[in-house]
Design a protein around this ligand. Structure first.
Ligand SMILES: NC(=O)c1ccc[n+]([C@@H]2O[C@H](COP(=O)([O-])OP(=O)(O)OC[C@H]3O[C@@H](n4cnc5c(N)ncnc54)[C@H](OP(=O)(O)O)[C@@H]3O)[C@@H](O)[C@H]2O)c1
Length: 412
């Protein structure tokens, strides 16, 4: 970990897809940062990112044709891992090897959710980061969502301080299904919607329930109970639709992953108070677009956020025609009628504050609010939920069976 505050942090991104573009757009609201490198396998994807960095005024970005080359570049301090879940360990191992051998001067790494596909792999990510003495950040954007930052601050300062801590956090994230085939393939992604999206819900809920200033481990998970289901995409018409859109490798007639998941996480605080997280996620929600719903409830108060309850709405009559887009809201499902619009998606979803926080922590050598340790803890909860759904029983924590547990849909 660096000991001196750096004037600027120079970052290299691994991955050039959907989330890489979101991160870059959010970096416009972050100071003291330059995006100086990009690596993914295809040159045309890297070229698109180099152009986007230039268009956004984020620095001079070099396209590297190998991860090792980017790690060895003398203008890269930190890596943002933004590639698919099945590339995590290989990517982190290369970073570890290059740094430990002295070929790379990189001193920090940030990784998108989920940290890995199993608890064992998540622990390996943490071990590799620590062995290479890297500062590490777990990229869970919802913890940094503007309504979460503001809502948590008000609830704990005004309401919890005078009437007692919150006891129930509800978190739901739902949309109509992911954009790339690998998300739908259980063996590649590591699961279905539970792994893909409940990682957000359990972590933002844990964060809301954690007293400000205290570490997340001030809450102890006592047990979890989960349910998974196939509500929509296994219906023959929709399974065939997936195959048409994504190719034969996405075969929901024979190899589906869950498109709905529900989880209850039972926790205890340091005073022995019982706390509950209720999480729901789905790829079977067809509304205007991505919907995040959050609630935090306590003895005399309640907080509530719905990402589709936007202040800005537009109406377009049936006479308006044009191409499909995602220009109003993420995972948009319509271009007509009354539509909600998030004026600043990168801010409301949390990417801007998340990146600002990570850049400042890495620059100053401080520990981020979310680290790989949190990424491991999230994986333990998610694997507990999968095991519970498989056995139909509540899974008590701590539970050694979770270490090498692989969800049913990922066992191929
Ligand atoms: N925080 C959130 O809400 C959120 C939202 C979406 C995704 N994510 C996470 O972000 C990650 C990426 O998702 P995405 O939606 O951006 O996926 P995506 O759109 O499929 O993009 C993946 C990118 O990774 C690159 N890639 C593939 N294999 C690689 C490898 N071995 N080394 C380096 N790059 C490689 C691909 O480019 P090439 O073909 O050129 O290699 C592609 O640009 C996932 O872990 C996902 O869970 C988070």
């Amino acid at each position: 970990m660096t000991t001196q505050p750096r004037k600027r942090l120079r970052i290299g991104v691994v991955g050039t897809g959907f989330i890489a573009e979101f991160h870059l757009r959010s970096m416009v609201g972050v100071r003291h940062v330059d995006v100086t490198g990009v690596y993914s396998r295809k040159a045309e994807n890297r070229a698109r990112i180099v152009k986007l960095v230039a268009d956004l005024g984020l620095g001079d970005c070099t396209s590297h044709d190998s991860l090792a080359a980017m790690l060895q570049a003398d203008d890269v301090d930190a890596i943002w891992i933004l590639s698919p879940n099945d590339t995590r360990i290989e990517t982190m191992r290369t970073i570890h090897d290059e740094v430990v051998s002295g070929r790379s001067k990189v001193f920090a790494v940030a990784c998108e959710k989920p940290l890995a596909r199993t608890v064992a792999d998540a622990r390996e990510m943490l071990r590799l980061a620590e062995a290479a003495k890297l500062n590490h950040g777990y990229l869970e954007n919802q913890v940094f969502a503007t309504p979460v930052i503001r809502g948590k601050e008000i609830i704990w300062r005004r309401a919890a301080s005078s009437t007692g801590r919150p006891y129930l956090a509800r978190a739901a994230e739902e949309h109509s299904g992911p954009h790339e085939p690998w998300f739908w393939q259980g063996d590649k992604q590591g699961g279905g919607v539970l792994l893909d999206m409940m990682c957000h819900s359990v972590e933002v809920a844990r964060h809301l329930l954690t007293e400000p200033g205290k570490k997340r481990d001030s809450l102890t998970v006592k047990g979890v109970s989960g349910t998974v289901a196939n509500l929509k995409w296994t219906r023959p018409h929709y399974a065939d639709d997936l195959k048409k859109r994504f190719g034969a490798e996405v075969d929901y007639r024979n190899r589906p992953s869950e498109d709905f998941a529900r989880g209850n996480v039972m926790l205890e605080d340091e005073d022995g108070n019982e706390l509950i997280i209720e999480a729901t996620t789905s790829w079977a929600y067809v509304g205007a677009g991505l919907r995040i719903q959050l609630e935090l409830l306590g003895p005399e108060y309640a907080m509530e956020f719905n990402s589709l309850g936007t202040g800005l709405k537009v109406f377009m009559s049936r006479a308006v025609t044009g191409a499909e887009g995602e220009d109003l809201v993420e995972k948009q499902n319509a271009e007509q009628g009354l539509m909600p619009v998030l004026e600043d998606e990168a801010g409301v979803y949390g990417y801007t504050d998340e990146n600002r926080h990570m850049v400042e922590c890495f620059r100053k050598g401080e520990e981020p609010l979310e680290t790989f340790v949190d990424g491991v803890a999230v994986m333990e909860i998610l694997m507990g939920l999968y095991l519970s759904a498989e056995t139909g029983e509540t899974v008590r924590f701590p539970n050694p069976a979770l270490e090498n547990y692989v969800p049913v849909v990922a066992r191929r």
